[in-house]
Ligand binder design. Sequence first.
Ligand SMILES: [Zn+2]
Length: 59
Amino acid sequence: MSCALCDLPTPNPPVTDPEVAGEYCCQGCLAVARTVEDLTADGCDSGESAGHCPGDAGG
Ligand SMILES: [Zn+2]
């Protein structure tokens, strides 16, 4: 398996979290994935520009 975030090979056992889907190479990648999942789970449907929600931006 490879890290779901950075694609590096995962250790054995891989770094996982019951709240986060996928397997990761380190706690750092897992932490980032948790943050990203939290952002994408906000209801934003855009897949190309991550972190930008059209309509939700104040600008
Ligand atoms: Zn990684």
